[in-house]
Design a protein around this ligand. Structure first.
Ligand SMILES: [Zn+2]
Ligand SMILES: [Zn+2]
Length: 247
Protein backbone atom coordinates (compact mmCIF):
# COMPACT_ATOMS: atom_id res chain seq x y z
CA UNK A 1 0.00 0.00 0.00
CA UNK A 2 1.36 3.38 -1.02
CA UNK A 3 1.41 6.07 1.65
CA UNK A 4 2.40 9.53 0.50
CA UNK A 5 2.41 12.96 2.05
CA UNK A 6 1.61 15.83 -0.31
CA UNK A 7 1.59 19.33 1.16
CA UNK A 8 -0.01 18.32 4.42
CA UNK A 9 -2.45 15.92 2.80
CA UNK A 10 -1.87 12.31 3.78
CA UNK A 11 -2.83 9.80 1.12
CA UNK A 12 -3.09 6.06 1.42
CA UNK A 13 -3.68 5.11 -2.19
CA UNK A 14 -6.59 2.91 -3.09
CA UNK A 15 -5.64 -0.56 -4.22
CA UNK A 16 -9.23 -1.66 -4.62
CA UNK A 17 -12.56 0.11 -4.48
CA UNK A 18 -15.55 -0.21 -2.21
CA UNK A 19 -17.28 -3.55 -2.38
CA UNK A 20 -20.42 -5.03 -0.96
CA UNK A 21 -22.55 -2.02 -1.80
CA UNK A 22 -24.70 -1.20 -4.78
CA UNK A 23 -23.80 2.08 -6.44
CA UNK A 24 -26.43 3.96 -4.44
CA UNK A 25 -25.78 7.63 -3.80
CA UNK A 26 -27.74 10.52 -2.29
CA UNK A 27 -30.68 9.78 0.05
CA UNK A 28 -30.56 6.07 -0.75
CA UNK A 29 -26.89 5.81 0.26
CA UNK A 30 -27.63 7.83 3.40
CA UNK A 31 -30.39 5.47 4.54
CA UNK A 32 -28.27 2.44 3.68
CA UNK A 33 -25.30 3.76 5.65
CA UNK A 34 -27.49 4.71 8.62
CA UNK A 35 -28.91 1.20 8.72
CA UNK A 36 -25.41 -0.25 8.93
CA UNK A 37 -24.20 1.65 11.97
CA UNK A 38 -23.89 -0.55 15.04
CA UNK A 39 -23.04 0.62 18.53
CA UNK A 40 -20.91 -1.42 20.95
CA UNK A 41 -21.23 1.02 23.84
CA UNK A 42 -19.39 4.21 24.87
CA UNK A 43 -17.78 5.58 21.67
CA UNK A 44 -17.39 2.32 19.76
CA UNK A 45 -19.29 2.12 16.49
CA UNK A 46 -19.01 -0.26 13.56
CA UNK A 47 -19.89 1.60 10.38
CA UNK A 48 -20.15 -0.43 7.17
CA UNK A 49 -19.68 1.75 4.11
CA UNK A 50 -18.58 -1.17 1.93
CA UNK A 51 -15.44 -1.16 4.08
CA UNK A 52 -15.75 -1.78 7.80
CA UNK A 53 -14.86 1.20 9.97
CA UNK A 54 -14.56 1.07 13.76
CA UNK A 55 -14.42 4.13 16.01
CA UNK A 56 -12.46 4.24 19.31
CA UNK A 57 -12.79 0.47 19.98
CA UNK A 58 -13.14 -0.23 23.70
CA UNK A 59 -14.04 -3.39 25.65
CA UNK A 60 -14.58 -5.43 22.47
CA UNK A 61 -15.99 -8.88 23.20
CA UNK A 62 -16.64 -10.10 19.65
CA UNK A 63 -14.47 -11.08 16.69
CA UNK A 64 -14.25 -8.89 13.61
CA UNK A 65 -11.67 -7.45 11.27
CA UNK A 66 -11.80 -3.74 10.54
CA UNK A 67 -10.61 -2.15 7.32
CA UNK A 68 -10.21 1.18 9.07
CA UNK A 69 -10.04 2.05 12.79
CA UNK A 70 -10.19 5.70 13.81
CA UNK A 71 -8.85 6.75 17.22
CA UNK A 72 -9.58 10.23 18.56
CA UNK A 73 -7.21 10.68 21.52
CA UNK A 74 -5.02 8.93 24.04
CA UNK A 75 -7.42 8.36 26.95
CA UNK A 76 -7.65 4.66 27.76
CA UNK A 77 -11.39 4.39 27.00
CA UNK A 78 -10.73 5.75 23.49
CA UNK A 79 -7.22 4.59 22.60
CA UNK A 80 -7.10 0.99 23.79
CA UNK A 81 -4.19 -0.92 22.19
CA UNK A 82 -5.62 -4.34 23.14
CA UNK A 83 -8.98 -3.58 21.52
CA UNK A 84 -7.35 -2.07 18.42
CA UNK A 85 -5.19 -5.18 18.08
CA UNK A 86 -8.22 -7.42 18.49
CA UNK A 87 -9.98 -5.86 15.48
CA UNK A 88 -6.87 -5.59 13.29
CA UNK A 89 -5.86 -7.82 10.40
CA UNK A 90 -2.88 -7.52 8.03
CA UNK A 91 -4.63 -4.89 5.89
CA UNK A 92 -6.23 -2.81 8.65
CA UNK A 93 -5.29 0.86 8.64
CA UNK A 94 -5.53 2.73 11.94
CA UNK A 95 -5.97 6.50 11.69
CA UNK A 96 -5.10 7.93 15.09
CA UNK A 97 -4.48 11.28 16.71
CA UNK A 98 -0.75 11.98 16.90
CA UNK A 99 -0.94 12.05 20.72
CA UNK A 100 -1.59 8.24 20.59
CA UNK A 101 1.85 7.52 19.11
CA UNK A 102 3.35 6.44 22.43
CA UNK A 103 0.60 3.88 22.98
CA UNK A 104 0.37 2.49 19.43
CA UNK A 105 4.00 2.64 18.30
CA UNK A 106 4.97 -0.91 19.14
CA UNK A 107 1.64 -2.56 18.43
CA UNK A 108 2.52 -4.01 15.02
CA UNK A 109 -0.41 -2.39 13.24
CA UNK A 110 -0.31 0.09 10.36
CA UNK A 111 -1.03 3.53 11.81
CA UNK A 112 -1.42 6.90 10.11
CA UNK A 113 -1.10 9.67 12.70
CA UNK A 114 -3.12 12.83 12.20
CA UNK A 115 -3.74 16.22 13.71
CA UNK A 116 -6.74 18.51 13.15
CA UNK A 117 -6.91 19.45 9.47
CA UNK A 118 -5.24 16.26 8.19
CA UNK A 119 -7.03 14.20 5.55
CA UNK A 120 -6.28 10.58 4.72
CA UNK A 121 -7.67 8.63 1.73
CA UNK A 122 -8.08 4.91 2.29
CA UNK A 123 -9.57 2.80 -0.49
CA UNK A 124 -11.90 5.55 -1.64
CA UNK A 125 -12.91 6.61 1.87
CA UNK A 126 -11.96 10.12 2.90
CA UNK A 127 -11.05 10.39 6.58
CA UNK A 128 -10.65 13.98 7.77
CA UNK A 129 -9.44 14.86 11.26
CA UNK A 130 -11.23 17.84 12.80
CA UNK A 131 -10.65 19.65 16.11
CA UNK A 132 -11.99 18.18 19.37
CA UNK A 133 -11.40 19.96 22.67
CA UNK A 134 -12.91 21.32 25.87
CA UNK A 135 -13.90 24.95 26.26
CA UNK A 136 -14.91 25.04 29.95
CA UNK A 137 -12.98 22.12 31.45
CA UNK A 138 -9.40 20.86 31.30
CA UNK A 139 -9.57 17.18 30.28
CA UNK A 140 -8.99 17.77 26.56
CA UNK A 141 -6.98 20.96 26.02
CA UNK A 142 -7.04 22.33 22.47
CA UNK A 143 -3.22 22.35 22.28
CA UNK A 144 -3.11 18.55 22.74
CA UNK A 145 -4.58 18.25 19.24
CA UNK A 146 -7.11 15.53 19.96
CA UNK A 147 -9.40 14.97 16.99
CA UNK A 148 -12.84 14.04 15.78
CA UNK A 149 -13.31 12.56 12.31
CA UNK A 150 -15.47 13.26 9.30
CA UNK A 151 -15.61 10.11 7.21
CA UNK A 152 -16.94 10.50 3.67
CA UNK A 153 -17.89 7.55 1.49
CA UNK A 154 -20.31 7.40 -1.45
CA UNK A 155 -21.32 10.99 -0.86
CA UNK A 156 -22.37 10.36 2.77
CA UNK A 157 -20.50 12.32 5.43
CA UNK A 158 -20.39 10.89 8.94
CA UNK A 159 -19.04 12.96 11.83
CA UNK A 160 -17.61 11.12 14.83
CA UNK A 161 -17.00 13.86 17.37
CA UNK A 162 -14.60 12.24 19.87
CA UNK A 163 -14.26 13.89 23.28
CA UNK A 164 -15.23 17.49 22.69
CA UNK A 165 -17.38 20.33 23.85
CA UNK A 166 -19.55 22.34 21.49
CA UNK A 167 -16.86 24.28 19.59
CA UNK A 168 -17.16 27.10 17.02
CA UNK A 169 -15.68 24.94 14.25
CA UNK A 170 -18.83 22.80 14.27
CA UNK A 171 -20.78 25.54 12.49
CA UNK A 172 -18.51 24.99 9.46
CA UNK A 173 -18.99 21.20 9.32
CA UNK A 174 -21.07 19.78 6.50
CA UNK A 175 -22.29 16.38 7.71
CA UNK A 176 -25.20 14.00 7.11
CA UNK A 177 -24.90 11.81 10.22
CA UNK A 178 -23.41 13.11 13.48
CA UNK A 179 -22.28 10.88 16.37
CA UNK A 180 -22.14 13.16 19.40
CA UNK A 181 -21.22 12.75 23.07
CA UNK A 182 -24.03 13.69 25.49
CA UNK A 183 -22.77 12.63 28.95
CA UNK A 184 -21.32 15.87 30.24
CA UNK A 185 -18.41 15.75 32.78
CA UNK A 186 -15.52 15.24 30.28
CA UNK A 187 -17.44 16.30 27.16
CA UNK A 188 -20.53 18.29 26.24
CA UNK A 189 -23.77 17.53 28.03
CA UNK A 190 -27.18 16.83 26.43
CA UNK A 191 -28.09 20.54 26.26
CA UNK A 192 -24.79 21.51 24.64
CA UNK A 193 -24.98 18.55 22.25
CA UNK A 194 -28.47 19.68 21.17
CA UNK A 195 -27.06 23.14 20.46
CA UNK A 196 -24.19 21.57 18.49
CA UNK A 197 -26.77 19.58 16.53
CA UNK A 198 -28.57 22.80 15.61
CA UNK A 199 -25.20 24.30 14.56
CA UNK A 200 -24.51 21.47 12.12
CA UNK A 201 -28.03 20.50 11.06
CA UNK A 202 -27.22 16.94 9.97
CA UNK A 203 -30.01 14.69 8.68
CA UNK A 204 -29.46 12.29 11.59
CA UNK A 205 -27.78 12.45 14.96
CA UNK A 206 -26.81 9.53 17.19
CA UNK A 207 -25.91 10.10 20.87
CA UNK A 208 -22.84 8.37 22.33
CA UNK A 209 -20.46 8.52 25.30
CA UNK A 210 -22.99 7.34 27.89
CA UNK A 211 -23.94 4.09 29.59
CA UNK A 212 -20.51 2.81 30.65
CA UNK A 213 -17.72 5.18 31.73
CA UNK A 214 -19.94 8.20 32.33
CA UNK A 215 -23.51 9.26 31.59
CA UNK A 216 -26.74 7.25 31.33
CA UNK A 217 -29.61 6.47 28.98
CA UNK A 218 -31.41 9.40 30.59
CA UNK A 219 -28.83 11.71 28.97
CA UNK A 220 -29.63 10.23 25.55
CA UNK A 221 -33.35 10.63 26.19
CA UNK A 222 -32.96 14.22 27.32
CA UNK A 223 -30.81 14.93 24.26
CA UNK A 224 -33.58 13.59 21.99
CA UNK A 225 -36.18 15.81 23.64
CA UNK A 226 -33.94 18.88 23.41
CA UNK A 227 -33.15 18.31 19.72
CA UNK A 228 -36.88 17.94 18.99
CA UNK A 229 -37.72 21.15 20.79
CA UNK A 230 -34.87 23.03 19.08
CA UNK A 231 -35.10 21.91 15.46
CA UNK A 232 -38.27 19.81 15.26
CA UNK A 233 -38.09 17.06 12.66
CA UNK A 234 -35.34 18.67 10.63
CA UNK A 235 -32.82 16.47 12.42
CA UNK A 236 -33.82 12.93 13.34
CA UNK A 237 -32.38 11.47 16.55
CA UNK A 238 -31.56 7.78 16.46
CA UNK A 239 -30.80 6.17 19.82
CA UNK A 240 -29.05 2.86 19.23
CA UNK A 241 -29.18 -0.17 21.50
CA UNK A 242 -25.89 -1.88 22.28
CA UNK A 243 -25.03 -4.58 19.77
CA UNK A 244 -23.93 -7.93 21.06
CA UNK A 245 -21.73 -10.45 19.34
CA UNK A 246 -20.20 -10.62 15.90
CA UNK A 247 -22.00 -8.69 13.15
ZN1 LIG B 1 -11.05 11.76 26.79
ZN1 LIG C 1 -14.30 10.05 26.69
Amino acid sequence: MLVSVVSGLLCVAAVFGLSGFASATGPEALEETLGKIRWYGHDTFRIDVGKVIYTDPYQIRHSDVADVIVVTHEHSDHCSPADIKKLSGPDTVVVAAKQCEGKLGGLGVQVVYVEPGGTTMIDGIEVSAVPAYNVDKSFHPKERNGVGFIVAARGVRIYFAGDTDRIPEMKEFSVDIALLPVSGTYVMNATEAAEATADMAPAYVIPMHYGSVVGSEADAGRFEELVKSKVGDRVKVKILGISAGTP
